[in-house]
Design a protein around this ligand. Structure first.
Ligand SMILES: [Zn+2]
Length: 258
């Protein structure tokens, strides 16, 4: 099934946003804890039950300041806490995925950083199981070459820990300077469901600079690949105007299905 949705509420509050999404036929929303997990358990429960009644799937984006491979131990401790706080709210929200940017290489060998992050993810998953939270950790493909999180690393992490992943197509483009959908979707073949982010993106040789509005021609290319493969995928739009661009995406898909 294809689910299209937005990152954040665009400042209108969760219940207005969910009702609006429902009216517009959008089926997903990512709750953004960008600068901290500031939501009560009761609010999370209310938002979760409204989303459920409107048949909108929720996911969570953990705060940006996360580095599970930091050279400073207290930063790792803080990162764990930010992820687990996000998971606790995700549980009350009934969210399926907790997305986060896992860490930075900081001039170290990527394989060494992989091992550090893997050990952290294993521990986080243990805690998630102990709490009986029904959600999956989804480290995201990142947009800068200095950040841990190319698609191969995340697929290896998934294989070795059982975590999920979030495929941000714009980040893949920014990171690699190109985006070959056939290559990407072939790598994702074993996934039953893909949790994805999409938007336009400005980038340099170093990678991501900022997210941009999503161009129709870019949506068309992605949509054709998805329809041809009949993928089960959730696409969260992360552009500066997620609602408008998610709707634009919906229109492109409907025009192709006809
Ligand atoms: Zn993203």
């Amino acid at each position: 099934m294809l689910k299209l949705g937005v990152a954040g509420t665009g400042g209108i509050g969760y219940s207005s946003c969910l009702k609006k999404l429902s009216k517009l036929g959008l089926k997903a929303m990512e709750v953004e804890f960008t600068y901290g997990v500031k939501m009560s358990d009761a609010a999370a429960r209310d938002i979760g039950s409204l989303a459920e009644s409107l048949e909108i799937s929720l996911s969570v984006h953990a705060p940006y300041y996360i580095n599970l491979a930091s050279k400073e131990p207290e930063k790792i401790t803080d990162s764990r806490k930010r992820i687990l706080d996000s998971c606790a709210k995700a549980h009350f929200l009934g969210a399926t995925h907790v997305v986060f940017h896992a860490g930075f290489y900081q001039e170290r060998d990527p394989d060494k950083v992989f091992k550090i992050i893997k050990a952290e993810v294993v521990e986080l998953i243990k805690t998630i199981r102990q709490n009986k939270w029904k959600l999956r950790l989804a480290p995201e493909t990142t947009g800068k070459r200095t950040q841990f999180g190319d698609i191969d690393e995340l697929l290896r992490l998934r294989k070795e820990t059982g975590c999920a992943l979030c495929v941000d197509f714009a980040h893949l483009l920014a990171r690699n300077g190109k985006l070959d959908y056939d290559e990407v979707f072939n790598k994702l073949k074993s996934l039953k469901h893909i949790h994805a982010h999409f938007s336009g993106i400005e980038f340099t040789a170093k990678g991501e600079r900022k997210h941009l509005l999503t161009e129709k021609k870019d949506i068309l290319v992605l949509a054709k690949h998805i329809l041809r493969r009949n993928l089960d995928i959730t696409i969260i739009n992360e552009s500066p105007d997620p609602l408008k661009d998610a709707l634009k995406t919906k229109k492109v898909f409907s025009s192709l299905k006809r």
